[in-house]
Design a protein around this ligand. Structure first.
Ligand code: ZN
Ligand code: ZN
Length: 367
């Protein structure tokens, strides 16, 4: 490990000013911009930096004076150990910056502006529910969806400043949004506490939003619900959620469709199930019955011997398919009904059938 005093060419009793002067002289001399491609100069430059880092810190200097390299973490990989661990986020060069054009390239530090700016945040997603009748959901409908969301204050236009006044450049950070905590040559930057990194401050806050620049308001959006929407269908409106912060993108609005049940149909995806009551003779002998569909009545052929629960498919008479064209099917579910009241003629006819069964009994099959 090199002696930092020797590296800077100063006495052990050198004052802070003398150390600084020596450092500046050597830093100029060995700066890589002045010695392109010269690895030795670069090494020297790093040594000078490290030496200055150590000696400009009173605590580190004291440690070094008392314990030598071990006192300042000599086990590190840099020429003075601790050098590698120096948190250089921002380098305040003062009058050196003109000469060197900045040290950022060497230390990988970031530029002065933007280093500690508040992060851009995406606005939150919002959800709004819309309730539709079964028929409207099948046909598709345009609805107005009210959404309570944060928005720019309508009084100050989002600046947060009382109308007639304007936000002014923050005097503490000069508008950069960052302040530097100076340690010798190196400076640690952090968001400005006065303006919270915004670079501007509001002297007279807007009375409507109390300086936040935002307010809650109900907005209404026209939303096209596609034909065939189901209970739970979500429609995304990009960018209609909460506004983003610090330049972040706006969130999305999700419109969730709630569909009232139908007295007739039960939905199975794009298919519709309809219960079709049939009489015993229709079920046994077969029949053609009129049934309703969303697009008007159709004739349904009930084949002979149809049991209760049998599903008969009517192609293309269901609900519109949400993705891709076409429609689902209508599934007619046969329901053999037992009449509770009979006319005289019906009763006579059934008594006749019972007589036939008595004379020629059918096997009763239990299963
Ligand atoms: Zn306001
Ligand atoms: Zn500020």
């Amino acid at each position: 490990m090199k002696d930092p005093y020797a590296t800077l060419g100063v006495a052990r009793t050198a004052s802070d000013d003398e150390i600084k002067k020596a450092y500046r002289k050597l830093a100029r001399q060995y700066h890589p911009d002045r010695n392109p491609g010269d690895e030795q100069a670069e090494e020297r430059f790093k040594d000078v930096q490290a030496a200055y880092d150590l000696l400009s810190d009173p605590e580190k200097r004291k440690q070094y004076d008392r314990f030598g390299a071990a006192g300042v973490g000599g086990a590190g990989t840099g020429p003075f150990g601790g050098f590698q661990n120096v948190r250089v986020e921002n380098v305040d060069l003062g009058d050196l910056s003109d000469l060197f054009g900045g040290l950022g390239g060497i230390f990988g530090g970031r530029g002065r502006r933007g280093a500690a700016r508040p992060r851009a945040e995406r606005g939150a997603d919002l959800e709004s529910r819309v309730r539709l009748s079964f028929d409207d959901a099948l046909k598709g409908v345009t609805v107005r969806v009210p959404v309570e969301a944060e928005t720019a204050c309508h009084v100050c236009g989002g600046t947060g400043a009382e109308p007639g006044t304007r936000p002014v450049t923050c005097p503490q950070c000069g508008g950069s949004g960052v302040v530097s905590d100076s340690h010798g040559l190196f400076a640690l930057s952090q968001p400005c506490p006065r303006c919270r990194g915004n670079g501007v401050i509001v002297e007279k806050p807007c009375r409507n939003c109390r300086g936040t620049g935002r307010e809650r308001a109900t907005k209404r959006y026209q939303v096209r619900v596609p034909p065939g929407a189901k209970d739970g269908t979500r429609i995304r409106l990009k960018g209609k959620g909460e506004p983003g912060r610090n330049g972040g993108p706006d969130g999305d609005l999700y419109v969730v469709v709630q569909v009232d049940p139908s007295p007739l149909y039960e939905r199975r995806g794009a298919d519709l199930v309809l219960e079709v009551p049939v009489t015993y003779p229709e079920a046994v002998l077969g029949a053609t019955v009129q049934i309703p569909t969303p697009d008007g009545p159709v004739a349904l052929k009930v084949p002979p011997g149809s049991e209760s629960g049998k599903l008969l498919r009517v192609k293309g008479r269901g609900a519109p398919k949400l993705n891709g064209g076409g429609k689902g099917d209508l599934l007619a579910r046969v329901k053999v009904t037992v009449p509770q009241k009979l006319t005289k003629a019906e009763k006579e006819a059934l008594e006749g059938y019972r007589k036939v069964l008595r004379e020629q009994p059918r096997e009763r099959a239990f299963s």
